[in-house]
Design a protein around this ligand. Structure first.
Ligand code: MG
Ligand code: ZN
Length: 164
């Protein structure tokens, strides 16, 4: 089985700017992201991004915008020899329609766990919101909450040392 680190997107991968981010000009990587992801990858963790994109349900932007942005992210990271196994996003919003994927629900995590044969006992989720941590708990994964837009390198060091 594989171990993985699940990562929220806005506030963890890129700057949370208090509004929906769906274009590359507003997509700024957080400090230390590249060394942090490299450290996890070098230590055998799969990297999987799990993000709520309720702006789609609200009609503020389209799935195509999200997929284009994610394609750009994947290619920027792949230029640094970092592989993201998958980016799962929920296009729904609870104000518009209920779903099982929007965090704090855990369907996106469960899909990844099944597809990538992930051992939940050796895996973690890093998020900046309580609903990230709740989603992780619902999938029996240990959640680690950080302050939005802070470096994840310290927690990644703890993860690889097994001191979380
Ligand atoms: Mg977030
Ligand atoms: Zn959903």
């Amino acid at each position: 089985m594989n171990k993985a680190v699940f990562l929220d997107r806005d506030g963890v991968i890129n700057r949370e700017i208090g509004e929906y981010v769906f274009s590359e000009d507003k997509f700024v990587l957080n400090d230390d992201l590249i060394p942090a992801l490299k450290l996890l990858q070098k230590n055998g963790f799969l990297l999987i991004i799990i993000t709520n994109q309720g702006g789609i349900a609200k009609g503020l932007y389209a799935k195509d915008d999200v997929e284009k942005l994610h394609g750009q992210l994947l290619s920027r990271l792949s230029d640094k020899q970092i592989t993201i196994s998958e980016i799962y996003y929920c296009p729904h919003h609870s104000d518009i329609e209920k779903c099982l994927c929007r965090k704090p629900n855990s369907l996106m995590l469960e899909k990844a766990i099944a597809r990538f044969d992930i051992d939940v006992n050796r895996s973690y989720m890093i998020g900046d919101n309580d609903r990230d941590i709740e989603a992780a708990a619902n999938a029996h994964i240990k959640g680690i909450k950080i302050q939005p837009n802070t470096s994840i390198l310290p927690v990644c060091n703890q993860i690889v040392k097994g001191t979380v």
